[in-house]
Design a protein around this ligand. Structure first.
Ligand SMILES: *Cc1c(COP(=O)(O)O)cnc(C)c1O
Length: 218
């Protein structure tokens, strides 16, 4: 089942879009079924769970951290994550930079933008994001590499609203890229989940984060 689901989704993705299998809450067996089908990019949203899985599962898996990251968990996550999608504040980016400096590593990061019409979601507001990039601070953080933007659309059946939010994210991505410390590295747009990834791809996603459609209901 898992392998078929992965193949079906991959067939629909253009070659420039990577599939991240969101494995949070699913066990090693499900992950290994995906791995056997060739899947190497997996998304986790809890630090402890990511660490346990990374220790137990094949070393060539690329673990993406997609959940809200608390300051005290940065040290745990930074060495294990190939990409942190969920940098939702200037403070968090500073903390990731500080932790990586100590560990002599570089963290690849996406800036999470709040584009949904929902209070509960995390992220920079569009204006905050651009102001932060204009502030010049990001260029001083030498142990993080800004690779793009991430966002989530509202949890609604109104697909025109969802499309509008993805379109806004794509537009903000373009503006951010121009202001980023290394624009040539600012290439990734992480958007789209099980319910809306085809729309996200149409609107310019380069990474889609799909869980339920691959592994079944949580
Ligand atoms: C859980 C989660 C997903 C995947 O959601 P599905 O609806 O199961 O595809 C994607 N992105 C984030 C940030 C998540 O927390």
């Amino acid at each position: 089942m898992v392998a078929e689901n992965i193949n079906r989704i991959k067939q629909r993705l253009p070659p420039h879009v990577a599939l991240i299998a969101v494995s949070k809450t699913y066990g090693a067996e499900s992950i290994m079924a995906a791995y056997s089908a060739g899947q190497r990019d997996f998304g986790e949203s809890r630090p402890q769970e990511l660490l346990q899985k990374a220790a137990a599962l094949p070393p060539d898996i690329r673990w993406h951290f997609i959940g809200h990251l608390q300051s005290n968990k940065v040290k745990m996550v930074a060495p294990r994550a190939c990409l942190i999608h969920s940098i939702d504040s200037a403070k968090l980016l500073r903390e990731v930079n500080k932790a990586c400096e100590k560990l002599s590593i570089t963290a690849h990061c996406l800036l999470q933008v709040h584009v949904a019409q929902e209070e509960a979601k995390f992220g920079f507001l569009p204006g905050e994001l651009l102001d932060y990039l204009r502030s010049g601070e990001p260029a001083t953080l030498r142990s993080v590499r800004l690779c793009g933007t991430m966002g989530m659309a509202s949890n609604t059946s109104n697909m025109e609203q969802v499309r509008g939010e993805f379109r806004l994210l794509k537009q903000l991505h373009g503006q951010s890229k121009a202001l980023a410390p290394q624009p040539e590295l600012f290439t990734q747009i992480s958007m789209g989940m099980s319910g809306d990834y085809p729309i996200a791809v149409e609107e310019g996603a380069t990474l889609v984060r799909v869980g339920t459609l691959i592994f079944g209901g949580r």
